[in-house]
Design a protein around this ligand. Structure first.
Ligand code: NAD
Length: 262
């Protein structure tokens, strides 16, 4: 991929203030894309924009909660009024939410995880796809090993359900959107060093844990070390680029082999 791979293109990244979303935004901007940085945390998004500008790139901050229809409609309208087109969408914003036994997981806790991870992905696509239909483009949905290959994370029922549903949406929409020249793929990260643990509430782990002894280090490729934001961002960059022009409806596990083990 050349440095100017995305020159003249516009990207939208949700949850761009930290972790994988920030890494994706910086990488796409380095490749020449103008990046709409969407999220709820203004100071973090401004910091991402400052880093993009310091590296010679450009973008704009779009404040919105991905689960709120009106906020999403307004934020995406702002990006389109500024740029007139949209080529790349990274549906990344998400939370771990509450991990607890099913008989202890409260309806409000379940609803919250569904609202941010699944409704948020739906709203992101609902409001962006109509603009991408004009010129085609690439959508990358950040799912997880949980819900696609891994079902041993204690109490992660709501989270896994949203991540499985994202993968189902990707396959369904690959068919629906192919005729418009829009590709859509899923990235399923394993453990990545980000701030996501701050958005995790865990209860009664001992009740849901499956007693399995793993060999030393449960990420074969790294001897147990978590992956980095850049490990994921570079695969996002590939899926956004021409190099992946014949790839759609496909999951890519970015996990050092972790999900094959547990
Ligand atoms: P993170 O907490 O660093 O980043 C998530 C971002 O989403 C934050 O900037 C947060 O402010 C934003 N966000 C959360 N709720 C939002 C809402 N309602 N509206 C708008 N923005 C919101 O975590 P991360 O690890 O970078 O997570 C990004 C994605 O990667 C998530 O979808 C997560 O499920 C997925 N993922 C992460 C890992 C991991 O180990 N870190 C593994 C698999 C999948």
């Amino acid at each position: 991929m050349s440095l100017a791979e995305y020159e003249g293109q516009t990207a939208l990244v949700t949850g761009a203030g930290s972790g994988i979303g920030k890494g994706a935004a910086l990488t796409l901007a380095r490749g020449g894309a103008y990046v709409g940085l969407l999220g709820r945390t203004e100071d973090e998004l401004e910091e991402t924009l400052a880093e993009i500008r310091a590296a010679g790139g450009e973008g704009m901050v779009l404040l919105a909660d991905v689960s709120q229809e009106d906020e999403m409609a307004k934020a995406i309208d702002r990006l389109i009024s500024e740029r007139k087109a949209l080529n790349i969408v990274v549906a990344n914003a998400g939370i771990n939410g509450t991990w607890a036994p099913i008989d202890d997981l409260k309806p409000d806790e379940f609803d919250k995880t569904i609202a941010v991870n699944l409704r948020g992905t739906y709203l992101t696509l609902h409001h962006t796809v109509r603009h991408m239909k004009k010129s085609g483009g690439s959508i990358i949905v950040i799912s997880s090993i949980n819900g696609t290959r891994t079902f041993t994370s204690p109490g992660a029922t709501a989270y896994s359900a949203t991540k499985a549903a994202q993968f189902a949406m990707v396959q369904q929409l690959a068919l629906e959107l192919g005729q418009h020249g829009i590709r859509i793929n899923a990235i399923c990260p394993g453990a990545i060093g980000t701030e996501i643990d701050d958005n995790t509430s865990m209860r009664k782990k001992a009740q849901t844990e499956v007693p399995v002894e793993f060999p030393e280090g449960d990420i074969p490729l790294t001897g147990g070390e978590a992956g980095t934001v850049e490990d994921v961002a570079e695969v996002i960059a590939f899926l956004a680029s021409k190099a992946s022009r014949h790839v759609t409806g496909t999951p890519i596990w970015v996990d050092g082999g972790q999900s094959l083990l547990r």
